[in-house]
Design a binder for this molecule. Structure first.
Ligand code: CDP
Length: 227
């Protein structure tokens, strides 16, 4: 199925499976997949390594100038790099997850990330996932999806993912982190997480990947009149 050169925005709560769905959609329709959360995670790792964030998550205003020297880019297989260093594994750690939402709430951090996202958007044929893609980054995206799932399902998914990567988190810490991030992400002043009015909602608590993909395919066929 050949679809037009559109932007597909996938937003939603933590660990709802946005990136898994976005990757599948990208592969299916030959789109570029872009993970905006990875960039917020990369900035957070940078702030931690530069000593620009306290243990309680207070961001040092020096981060603003420091960002001018930060080189984050996607390399082979969409993995995130900081300069020459692949940081894909580190940005998925609990340490980074614990501090990413306060960092992502800072307006100049969002402006810095948005600039990169807009650059990618210029190419079209892109599927991007995050919290504010359909509301703030690309409000004119031609297809918007808002994902939800039960807390139990989301916590289990994130827990299994961390374990498969060699971490040994406590399930209760994973739940706590999801709740904290969802709260901060939904209540921040700049580009808070919310469903765009024209987004289609997908609760995938009880869906398989195949069912999800079929759902998206149906949406696209309906919206663009493709048979
Ligand atoms: O994979 P998961 O849904 O748990 O999170 P993520 O997409 O990797 O995003 C990590 C964090 O980055 C989120 O909790 C938000 O604080 C922030 N974020 C954001 O503010 N705006 C975006 N467009 C994407 C992520």
């Amino acid at each position: 199925m050949k679809i037009p050169d559109i932007i597909i925005a996938i937003d939603g709560y933590s660990s709802t499976g946005k990136s898994s769905l976005a990757k599948k959609v990208a592969r299916k329709f030959d789109f570029l997949y872009l993970d905006s959360g990875a960039l917020y995670r990369g900035v957070t790792l940078f702030a931690q390594e530069e000593g620009l964030i306290s243990r309680l998550g207070t961001v040092n205003p020096g981060l603003k100038d420091a960002l001018e020297g930060l080189d984050l880019h996607f390399g082979a297989e969409g993995k995130l790099y900081m300069g020459p260093r692949c940081i894909e594994q580190q940005i998925r750690s609990m340490e980074v997850s614990a501090q990413v939402s306060p960092v992502a709430a800072v307006p100049y951090v969002r402006a810095w990330v948005d600039e990169m996202l807009h650059e990618f958007g210029r190419r079209g044929r892109i599927v991007m996932d995050g919290r504010d893609i359909g509301t703030a980054v690309f409000p004119d995206a031609q297809l918007k999806i808002f994902m939800t799932a039960s807390e139990e399902v989301r916590a289990k998914r994130r827990y299994d993912e961390l374990v498969s990567k060699g971490e040994s988190p406590l399930l209760e810490d994973v739940v706590k982190n999801l709740r904290e991030r969802d709260y901060i992400d939904s209540h921040r002043e700049t580009a808070p997480l919310r469903r765009a009015e024209d987004a289609f909602e997908l609760d995938n608590s009880d869906m398989t990947f195949e069912e999800e993909l079929a759902w998206v395919q149906g949406l696209i066929q309906g919206k663009f009149g493709i048979l």
